[in-house]
Design a protein around this ligand. Structure first.
Ligand code: SF4
Ligand code: SF4
Ligand code: FES
Length: 486
């Protein structure tokens, strides 16, 4: 809870305590009272341009916008009176004088607040009988964004995001009155690293995503909370999937989009474009079955092959993409077998002032907490997770990989690993926060999570070491407490 002087106000007859200066719309929401809004977004500077959030405050002559009004001690507020309902109806009627009736083919259908509010407050015929204003319907703003000026309700969320969050300022409002539209400044395109957030921010279907549009009706999507693996920030995400053959016409595509999940400590409301658009590896180009020298084989044959490395000099390259639980399990197995253990990870990349950090792996910190080093060796046998280049110097190579790559036939044994979307576990982000990611999909083909693959190794060597995720989770928590001193 934020610090500051606390005040008490009454909203719809309920006493609400909050910090002085909090915007009324937020104070109400925190107390479970929803005030409708179009231009307001918690992550943006308020603009007060749509008037959808007007509320009645005792002592004030006219209704006031809840998104522009800070709370004061003793305020008495009403958010849902017949007059306010009538007012909201008029706001909607005004917007709909120019808004097209595209709903059946609009990607925002099912997630559109204009549609929802019309259903709640209006449901009346349009009285304005003039021709609707014609405006450009397909303007490419760069990368994945398509703008439809007719659907735009001029809430300016997109403009404010680019002005104050990314501070790149590509968009402005052009023309006046009914001719107004949102446009790019001369010679600009929206190419910044956070462009996809505009699709989430737009309350209607004016900004759509080329990567997603016309592929799937949103009500057919399952939503699973997860964590982005593409850098050590660990932004909170939702994975949106559809595996129902009756409603999914793409036989091989299961993941349709990634959306941000609010977490004020980590990513607030946003994710970067890399995290949003890099999901295709989950469904494409996967290794589906175990392989010996590039030829598919069975799990029984795998056990036999594994016995060839008993008693040999082995190094295991764990990976900064494995979960905390898998790393604990594999470290324990390696120690028991007296193998040398180190870890591999994607090389550092770009960072910026908003979210992206240099480390392009989700779990480097856990590798370090467990005392693993980033180092190679000259051992005869390599057991390599996720990054084939780590096996180059070794003569007998066993790989645990998710996706195909050139040169697979040189590997003595390859085992198909599940992606992060096909299993659950925890990662520790660069700040030391442990976060859980959930399973959104069944592992493709015969792929398995790395813990289960560990069990295959253990039983091939006659060791009783069952893969018990919860026990490994508790084990890691102890290590984390030691590391953090808490
Ligand atoms: S494009 Fe969307 S977010 Fe931008 S002003 Fe129009 S309605 Fe608002
Ligand atoms: S900033 Fe990092 S963790 Fe966040 S979405 Fe982008 S790649 Fe993923
Ligand atoms: S949400 Fe308050 S004026 Fe738009």
């Amino acid at each position: 809870m934020s610090s500051g002087k606390r005040v008490k106000i009454i909203i719809d007859g309920r006493e609400v305590e909050t910090v002085a200066g909090t915007l009324l719309i937020k104070a109400a929401e925190d107390a479970g009272i929803y005030i409708p809004r179009l231009c307001y977004h918690e992550g943006l500077r308020p603009d007060g341009n749509c008037r959808m959030c007007l509320v009645e405050v005792e002592g004030m002559r006219k209704p006031v916008p809840a998104c522009m009004t800070p709370v004061k001690e003793g305020m008495v507020v009403k958010t849902d009176t017949p007059a306010l309902r009538e007012h909201r109806k008029k706001v909607l009627e005004f917007i709909l004088t120019t808004h097209p009736m595209d709903c059946p083919i609009c990607d925002q259908a099912g997630e559109c607040v204009l549609q929802d509010y019309y259903f709640t407050y209006s449901l009346e015929d349009r009285r304005y009988k003039e021709e609707r204003e014609r405006k450009p319907k397909r303007v490419y703003w760069g990368k994945n964004l398509v703008y439809d000026a007719e659907r735009c309700i001029l809430c300016r969320r997109c403009v404010r995001f680019l002005d104050h969050v990314t501070k790149t300022g590509e968009l402005g409002v052009f023309e006046r009155g009914v001719h107004s539209y949102i446009g790019l400044f001369d010679g600009r395109k929206i190419e910044n690293n956070y462009s996809g957030n505009l699709v989430d921010l737009c309350p209607v279907g004016a900004i759509t995503d080329l990567d997603f549009r016309f592929k799937m009706r949103v009500w057919f999507l399952e939503r699973t909370p997860s964590v982005c693996p593409f850098c050590a920030r660990g932004c909170n995400i939702e994975i949106h999937t559809n595996t129902n053959p009756l409603t999914n016409r793409f036989s091989r595509q299961r993941v349709f989009r990634i959306k941000p999940r609010k977490n004020l400590q980590i990513n607030r409301w946003w994710i970067c474009d890399e995290g949003r658009y890099s999901y295709r590896f989950i469904d494409e180009n996967r290794i589906l079955r175990p392989m010996i020298k590039g030829r598919e084989t069975t799990w029984e044959a795998v056990s036999k092959k594994l016995r060839e490395i008993i008693g040999r000099d082995v190094r295991v390259y764990l990976s900064a993409w494995m979960s905390n639980e898998e790393l604990v399990y594999w470290k324990r197995l390696a120690d028991f077998l007296k193998w040398k253990a180190s870890f591999v990870r994607k090389p550092d990349g770009d960072e910026d002032a908003l979210l992206r950090v240099k480390d392009k792996n989700p779990n480097t910190l856990t590798c370090k907490i467990l005392g693993l080093e980033e180092e190679g060796g000259q051992e005869e046998v390599a057991v390599v997770f996720h990054f084939p280049w780590a096996g180059e110097k070794h003569s007998f190579k066993i790989g645990i990989f998710t996706n195909s790559f050139e040169g697979m036939e040189e590997w003595d044994l390859i085992l198909p690993a599940a992606t992060f979307a096909e299993k659950e576990g925890h990662w520790t982000n660069f700040q030391g926060l442990i976060q859980k990611f959930h399973q959104a999909l069944q592992p493709l083909g015969e792929s398995r999570e790395e813990g289960e693959i560990g069990e295959v190794f253990a039983s091939a060597f006659g060791i009783h070491m069952p893969w018990e995720r919860e026990a490994m989770e508790r084990e890691f928590e102890k290590e984390h407490r030691k590391w953090s001193g808490k």
